[in-house]
Ligand binder design. Structure first.
Ligand code: ZN
Length: 100
């Protein structure tokens, strides 16, 4: 009789172990799905670019957006071609290229 109870509990714990593994597996699936979604969101995150134009020669220069950039601001950066003052011409965003 006692042996039977021990066997029953043993069998029950085996079932609960399977149940726990199953729950862990489901959690893992959900987590990997969330992780995949967040990485997809990261990939589609736009990059903000600032386009500068030289006041003197009209040379256009593109660099990454800096926090205090605004249109028509003179940044203090110098033209690579003539050394003239660069002014922010436009600010735009672009899709980040997927890296395989
Ligand atoms: Zn220039």
């Amino acid at each position: 009789m006692i042996n039977y109870i021990v066997y029953f509990i043993g069998d029950l714990s085996l079932n609960s172990v399977i149940l726990i593994l199953l729950i862990l597996f489901i959690i893992f699936l959900l987590f990997s799905d969330i992780l995949k979604r967040s990485s997809a969101m990261k990939l589609s995150k736009p990059i903000i670019k600032t386009e500068l134009i030289c006041v003197r020669c009209g040379f256009k220069y593109v660099r990454n957006f800096k926090e205090d950039d605004f249109i028509s601001k003179t940044t203090g950066e110098k033209c690579e071609r003539c050394g003239g003052i660069l002014r922010i011409y436009r600010i735009y965003s672009m899709e980040e290229k997927r890296v395989k």
